[in-house]
Design a binder for this molecule. Structure first.
Ligand code: PRP
Ligand code: MG
Length: 180
């Protein structure tokens, strides 16, 4: 394993049986509170895009706001929040997506991104890819040009990356947990 992977793996805390029995919760709060690990993660997320003209970073509520804000700052890009429904005050575009139990909806301001703008989507983790797929649909409804979707953590056995790649979105992840 590279030193980057070692640094990230050591900084992410795993909580067994949260939020319910059988789930291993990958907790990034310990990565965020570790100055060196946080910087390394952000540096690694942005490095392929340094020097490119990226207009906006779209961050997915809630942990994607923290990582996406740091990525936006580093790339001198704007930041756009993608939120669970009912939280945004102005006119929105909205999309339904499936959770483990039932449906939820996500939305973003309709003027958050202009048609043709280059956008990078950021979240902490991709599992089924359902959340990120919904975000891709929202961004495309507005006419965004999605350059990539970036996540710190991949759970490759669940298959979210393939789902996004099938939509034509390049996916970038820093570490994977096999067998989740
Ligand atoms: C988690 C995680 C991702 C999403 C990934 O968020 O932060 O956003 O699930 O799952 P998926 O690929 O199967 O869709 P969660 O829904 O727990 O909400 P939060 O970030 O607001 O805590
Ligand atoms: Mg989330």
């Amino acid at each position: 394993k590279s030193s980057l992977e070692d640094t990230l793996l050591a900084a992410i805390r795993t909580i067994p049986d949260y939020p319910k029995p059988g789930i291993l919760f990958r907790d990034i709060t310990t990565l965020l509170s570790d100055a060196r690990a946080f910087r390394r993660a952000i540096d690694e997320l942005v490095h392929p895009y340094a020097g490119l003209k990226i207009d906006k970073i779209a961050g997915i509520e809630a942990r994607g706001f923290i990582l996406g804000g740091a990525v936006a700052h580093q790339l001198s890009a704007g930041f756009v929040p993608i939120r669970k429904k009912g939280k945004l005050p102005y006119e929105t575009v909205r999309v339904a997506y499936s959770l483990e139990y039932g449906l939820d909806e996500m939305e973003m301001h309709k003027d958050g991104v202009s048609p043709g703008e280059k956008v990078i989507l950021v979240d902490d983790l991709i599992a089924t890819g359902g959340t990120a797929e919904a975000a891709v649909k929202l961004l495309r409804q507005i006419g965004a040009d999605i350059v990539a979707a970036c996540f710190v953590i991949d759970l490759p056995d669940i298959g979210g990356r393939k789902k996004l790649e099938a939509l034509g979105v390049p996916v970038r992840t820093l570490i994977g947990y096999e067998g989740h």
